[in-house]
Structures are given as structure tokens and as C-alpha cells.
Design a protein around this ligand. Sequence first.
Ligand code: AR6
Length: 185
Amino acid sequence: MQIQIGQATLELVEGDITQQDTEAIVNAANPSLLGGGGVDGAIHRAGGPAILEECRKLGGCATGDAKITTGGRLRARYVIHAVGPVYRREGPTKAAQLLASAYRRSLEVATEHGVKSIAFPSISTGAYGYPMEEAAPIALQTVINFLEHQQDGIQLVRFVLYGQRAYAIYVQALQRIMAQRTVAN
Ligand code: AR6
């Protein structure tokens, strides 16, 4: 599924984040930035040790923030390491704020580096336990708000959903947002 937001394209695909040809891919990292399982493990495996070496010098990353390294052996030139909330630790309200912040900060960091295309996984919805039905509208709305207000920056944001169920949840969430936008206009 693909929609236009201003000059930019917002795209949902089913797939593997490590295989994306966007200029940047986003990692669902933890505050240590020293690796882990899920997306994090897959990115470090595919990108090689250069990414971890750079991460060691960054001094960690707060929840809701994002930091950038090169992409090592990945097709993507950059990896943006974003730290989403642990759902049960923060509770729904704080978790929603921190999740939105992780997406927004990733887009800001990307923009600072002149990135025109970026791919996101569904941050926090694996090991960090965020229900995907709740996370999807927050992720999408945060990206849409950013794209609506930016000037001449990112041209493509791709959500790379892992498996059919994740893809279906994001499609439904995006359809809901688009239907509300139509009513509002
Ligand atoms: N491509 C795209 N999406 C994927 C892939 C992949 N290759 N692999 C898994 N997913 P998670 P989190 C989906 O656990 O919840 C790590 O240990 C997965 O199905 O990777 O933010 C870090 O070091 C899920 O929907 O990230 C942290 O400690 C989503 O990506 C912690 O996990 C995110 O799952 C971060 O947890």
C-alpha cells in the first residue's frame, strides 16, 4: 500500500528490514546500543561488526531518542538506532509518547543527514511488548505529521512489516487514518 503526503510517499510493505535499499534503515534498539535480538540482531548480523564498533562510541541512547551510524555491509548507507518504550514498564500513555518520539527523532536525525529515503520496522512491538494494534496508528500518525510539516526533506518513508499479520494491521490502521482525513477535509 502506498499513499502521498505532500511531496513524499508513505509505503507499507511486508518484508525484512535488513534487505531494504533505502538510504537509511531504522533499528529497534535498546538504550545500550550494544545489540540484542529481533531487528537489532538481524541488522548487526547483516551489517557486520563495523556498526557495533560505531555504536560503542555513542554512549547509549535514551528511550524515545535515536542515533545514527553507517550501514556497514548493508545496502542502506545509514542505520538509525531508535529506542522505543518497554510497554509494561511505561504504561499506555507514557509509552505512546515515547513511541511517537522514537519515530520523530529518527526522522529528525535522518533529515539532519540529508537522507531522502528511510525504512522503519514496527518499533517496540516485539521484545518490548507493545500491542501492534495500538502501536501502528501512533507510528503512522507520527510519520504523517512529520511529512506534512517538513520542507523539501524526506521523499520516501517505508514501513517494513514482518509477516502477513503485521502488514494487515498496518494497512488497516492507515486506512482508518486516511478515512478520518477525508472526513476532516
Ligand atoms: N525485519 C522487519 N521486522 C522485523 C524483523 C526483520 N528482520 N525481525 C523482527 N521484526 P523487536 P522491540 C519485527 O523485538 O520490540 C532487541 O533485543 C518483529 O516481529 O526487534 O523494539 C533490542 O536489542 C516486531 O514486530 O524490537 C531491544 O532490546 C518488530 O520487528 C529489544 O529487542 C520489533 O521487534 C527491542 O524490542
